[in-house]
Design a protein around this ligand. Structure first.
Ligand code: HEC
Ligand code: HEC
Length: 316
């Protein structure tokens, strides 16, 4: 009996030591550094590319990167209370040392594809665009390099402080960069409305990422494999960190938007007004994309499987 107790005691001691060791390693070791590549970027600064880049940056990137000064100087993206620490989106204005002045074009491209910053550290799992076309990626970079008011140098400076949990997830490899395979990615032709709409909803504006079951279960590389694809229910924070579950925007006639007209859909996406006149919370961004993009997204959403999912909390 005594012997067993002694063995158990030693085992317990070993376990406690191992846990303490891992905890010390998580809190004290440096964050992992991944190899960085500079991708070839075919930067064209004609007015069509700049307009394209402006549309994507102002409608999507700005949702997370617009700071208090009105420029893309970064904002508090996730407060301590959400568990990952105090996470700020970066200053992506043209500031030479605090903003993208320190990045080369090819480093911005690699970051957007894989999530690896120019210093080799992971920009969290929050921001990866593996499926955006090479052409649209170049247009985004062209706009970031322009003299548009949103990207003029801002000297806002904020430091992200990861929590123990976020550090553990990154160091143990649960949050990691996406693989980069280097195969060319082209924009589907706009004449193929469904394919083009899928591209916009998945690769460019990432509607699916908020509108599927959970960020934790989304499949970034193959979005269609995300559980609850477009069926909503994912709790989304607004800029004041108040959460609203996203809604089911599959063609389900009762739970989804199967009975909506294209005009009602446009009204909701542009102005945040639902067919019954109620106003969506600011957890749903307001998009001012061109008409033909909205029609393509609508055409695509008609084709996704109609799922039944009940949205909880504020949801009806
Ligand atoms: C869902 C929110 C979100 C969206 C959308 C988003 N970002 Fe980010 N971005 C972040 C966060 C958060 C960080 C900082 C992560 C960190 O430092 O750990 C970041 C970091 C960056 C950085 C690195 C800055 C630095 O200082 O190293 C660049 C560049 C960037 N984003 C560009 C973009 C562009 C371009 C787009 C649009 C195509 C975009 N982001 C869309 C949240 C977002
Ligand atoms: C940052 C997360 C986020 C992104 C990105 C996003 N949505 Fe939403 N969306 C929401 C949330 C949250 C709601 C519910 C808001 C509420 O109930 O007040 C919503 C509501 C909607 C509604 C209203 C549905 C209903 O039944 O009332 C439509 C339509 C919609 N989104 C379409 C889109 C489209 C199209 C895109 C991409 C262009 C998109 N959303 C991108 C978070 C998002």
């Amino acid at each position: 009996m005594k012997r067993i107790l002694k063995i158990l005691g030693v085992l317990l001691g070993v376990i406690v030591l191992a846990i303490a060791g891992i905890a010390a390693w998580v809190s004290l070791s440096d964050m992992p550094v991944y190899p960085v590549q500079k991708l070839p970027v075919n930067l064209s600064v004609d007015s069509a590319s700049l307009a394209r880049g402006k549309n994507i940056v102002e409608n999507h990137c700005a949702h997370c990167h617009r700071g208090d000064d009105g420029k893309l100087s970064g904002r508090l993206f996730s407060p301590e209370s959400e568990g990952f620490g105090e996470i700020w989106s970066g200053n992506i204005t043209n500031h030479p040392t605090l903003g993208l002045g320190r990045y080369q074009d090819g480093e911005i491209a690699y970051l957007l594809r894989t999530g690896v910053k120019r210093d080799g550290k992971l920009a969290g799992p929050f921001m990866m665009f593996p499926n955006i076309s090479d052409e649209d990626l170049a247009a985004v970079i062209a706009y970031l390099r322009s003299d548009a008011p949103s990207v003029q140098a801002s000297d806002e400076k904020h430091a992200t402080k990861y929590s123990f949990l976020a550090k553990a997830l990154i160091k143990l490899g649960a949050f990691k960069p996406l693989p980069y395979e280097g195969k060319p990615i082209i924009t589907p032709p706009t004449s193929d409305q469904v394919a083009y709409g899928r591209y916009l909803a998945v690769a460019v504006y990432e509607c699916y990422s908020c509108h599927s079951a959970s960020f934790e279960t989304n499949n970034v590389l193959e979005p269609e494999k995300s559980p609850g694809y477009f069926a909503g229910g994912n709790p989304i924070s607004d800029h004041d960190f108040k959460q609203t579950p996203s809604r089911n925007i599959t063609p389900h006639p009762e739970q989804g938007i199967g009975k909506w007209t294209p005009e009602q859909f446009q009204m909701a996406v542009r102005a945040g007004v639902r067919p019954d006149g109620s106003v969506l919370t600011m957890s749903m961004p307001r998009f001012s994309m061109p008409e033909e993009e909205l029609s393509a997204i609508w055409a695509y959403l008609r084709t996704v499987p109609a799922l039944q999912a009940t949205v909880t909390a504020s949801g009806k």
